[in-house]
Design a protein around this ligand. Structure first.
Ligand SMILES: *[C@@H]1O[C@H](CO)[C@@H](O)[C@H](O)[C@H]1NC(C)=O
Ligand SMILES: *[C@@H]1O[C@H](CO)[C@@H](O)[C@H](O)[C@H]1NC(C)=O
Length: 213
């Protein structure tokens, strides 16, 4: 057997070993919110939506808050149907980490939702932003019109003042990841929320996978 032949076999074997893992990771359930943002005013509503590529499995929506862990939607919070969990008239105590679990045992990404009794929220994406994409942030007061000048902070430092309260970060990179908040004078400050940035690798990975299959 020639050395190159051995090499080919080894890489093929490696690929065959790794493939089920790749498939498994792409089949992961995805949790999103509608509206898809991190912060809400008290008494607002949100629908949590759980999706998986090829599964009709039932979902359980779970959350951790400051008062409870692994609390299931429909028990003490939320209204659950097959792939949705609705929360109406949210309260600051609904702030926490949310995820879903399928009856087949797969667990989704988790999202962090913050509900404030205050007068200002930062509208920022609840899901990680893809590297290279633009991200829009909106500093919003409870009652419109809210095209007010706002200061935006990242990791505690003022990064920009925007006259209409809208800020766009163009072509995000990993260095844009951080804890963001905003402030509107005479109204107040929003809670802080993390903005996560995911690398291009995932996309390349997916493309490679779709090429292989
Ligand atoms: C929820 O809380 C449990 C118990 O503290 C912990 O093990 C788990 O990692 C938490 N889940 C998330 C998604 O934060
Ligand atoms: C959840 O909210 C959506 C959108 O408002 C609605 O269509 C759906 O019927 C609601 N489901 C439950 C279980 O309340």
């Amino acid at each position: 057997m020639s050395p190159s032949r051995t090499m080919d076999q080894t890489s093929l074997q490696t690929l065959l070993l790794v493939m089920p893992l790749l498939c498994y990771s792409t089949n992961q359930a995805r949790l999103n919110g509608s509206p898809s943002r991190s912060q809400f005013f008290k008494r607002e509503s949100v629908s949590l939506i759980c999706e998986e590529d090829d599964s009709s499995a039932g979902w359980t929506f779970m959350r951790n808050t400051s008062r409870e862990t692994r609390a299931e939607c429909g028990a003490n919070w939320g209204k659950s149907s097959s792939s949705l969990c609705n929360m109406s008239y949210m309260d600051p105590q609904d702030s926490g980490v949310y995820w879903c679990e399928s009856t087949e045992g797969s667990t989704s990404n988790s999202i962090t939702i913050t509900v404030t009794g205050g007068a200002v929220i930062l509208q920022s994406p609840v899901l990680p932003v893809m590297e290279g994409h633009d991200v829009s942030l909106h500093c919003q007061t409870k009652r419109p019109p809210s095209k007010l000048p706002a200061d935006f902070y990242k990791d505690g430092s003022l990064i920009r003042t925007e006259p209409t309260g809208h800020m766009t970060i163009h072509h995000v990179t990993k260095s844009d990841e951080g804890l963001y908040k905003c402030h509107i004078s005479s109204h107040g400050e929003s809670p802080p929320s993390w903005i996560y940035v995911t690398g291009q690798e995932v996309r390349v990975f997916r493309r490679l996978l779709s090429f292989l299959y």
